[in-house]
Design a protein around this ligand. Structure first.
Ligand SMILES: *[C@@H]1O[C@H](CO)[C@@H](O)[C@H](O)[C@H]1NC(C)=O
Ligand SMILES: *[C@@H]1O[C@H](CO)[C@@H](O)[C@H](O)[C@H]1NC(C)=O
Ligand SMILES: *[C@@H]1O[C@H](CO)[C@@H](O)[C@H](O)[C@H]1NC(C)=O
Ligand SMILES: *[C@@H]1O[C@H](CO)[C@@H](O)[C@H](O)[C@H]1NC(C)=O
Length: 269
């Protein structure tokens, strides 16, 4: 299973959808109504209701609780476009995934399990990959036997069967095809403290030692539907999750809303 950038011929060692550290911003009173934690048993809302999360590389929703062992959601793979001011020789990318334990400040020394799809656009040519990773030991591994295209409705489920084992299933709902991967005795161990539904500007590790965010494509918007997490053995919806916006150098690059069980992430340019 090659890395994404090996596939598209760029001299990087690997790409990863990363754990993220959040800063927290108050969104003002109108947001509080979306952030009820009442449906969660054992939920810990560290920021308090009325707050949204902010990250330089993530947008979407984060649910924080003890006893998180699973997350699932469905999204339609977007058509990536070259961003305003972009050029035809750079590859612009992004990815959507669901995972457990992605919030670095909540699980600072633990692992993160995740799976999803990546899109890239270079000149007029888009490319798409389905992948999984147990970060940071195992970076974005491609399912080279499961093709993905813009418009595919992909259902992704990630399950921690212990703090060092798990599995993921990706299903193409349009075709009824599916692919799975089982993690056996991975490290570092999970904390089981967050579930997340994320659109990310992923990180590239270059062979010369540089680490930098991938140039970010205009993906329009991604909506996660049929969302659930497993918390202390029970299935819960996203109503207890907090929205996260992607903010780079003070500019909101992606905005997230949680409403009626859906998480919508919109590119802001
Ligand atoms: C998923 O379904 C789409 C049609 O919506 C198709 O183009 C694509 O090849 C399918 N992928 C797999 C792995 O079946
Ligand atoms: C598809 O690829 C994954 C990852 O390499 C592997 O675990 C799985 O067995 C493969 N499935 C099929 C049907 O080839
Ligand atoms: C490493 O390579 C990348 C891609 O070619 C380049 O953008 C970056 O500036 C290089 N970094 C260093 C420190 O040479
Ligand atoms: C919703 O997702 C669950 C898995 O989390 C799946 O079993 C179910 O079939 C999905 N429902 C729809 C309508 O896609």
């Amino acid at each position: 299973m090659p890395s994404i950038k090996e596939l598209i011929g760029i001299a990087v060692l690997a790409s990863t959808c990363f754990a993220s550290t959040f800063t927290r911003h108050s969104a003002g009173g109108s947001r509080g109504s979306h952030l009820s934690t009442s449906s969660l048993s054992g939920a810990v809302d560290v920021a308090g209701s009325g707050n949204i999360l902010s990250s330089s590389n993530w947008a979407g929703a984060v649910l924080q609780s003890t006893g998180v062992t699973g997350v699932a959601g469905t999204f339609t793979v977007p058509t990536p476009k070259i961003p305003s001011g972009g050029d035809s020789t750079t590859s612009y990318c992004g990815c959507a995934w669901v995972g457990v334990d992605g919030e670095l400040d909540v699980c600072p020394n633990g692992g993160l399990i995740q799976a999803g799809a990546t899109w890239c656009i270079r000149g007029g040519t888009p490319s798409f990959y389905a992948w999984f990773e147990w970060w940071p030991a195992q970076l974005m591994m491609i399912f080279d036997n499961f093709s993905v295209n813009a418009g595919d409705e992909i259902q992704v489920a990630v399950t921690a069967t212990s703090t060092t084992t798990g599995n993921t299933v990706l299903e193409n709902l349009t075709q009824g095809t599916s692919i799975s991967h089982t993690w056996n005795t991975e490290s570092p161990a999970l904390c089981k403290l967050t579930a997340e539904w994320i659109v990310e500007d992923f990180t590239d590790y270059y062979s010369n030692g540089s680490i930098s965010p991938a140039p970010f494509a205009n993906y329009g918007s991604v909506t996660f539907t049929n969302n659930s997490a497993t918390v202390n053995g029970a299935s819960v919806d996203v109503s207890g999750a907090q929205p996260a916006n992607m903010v780079v150098n003070g500019k909101t690059v992606s905005q997230s809303t949680i409403s009626n069980g859906k998480v919508t992430v919109t590119y802001q340019g």
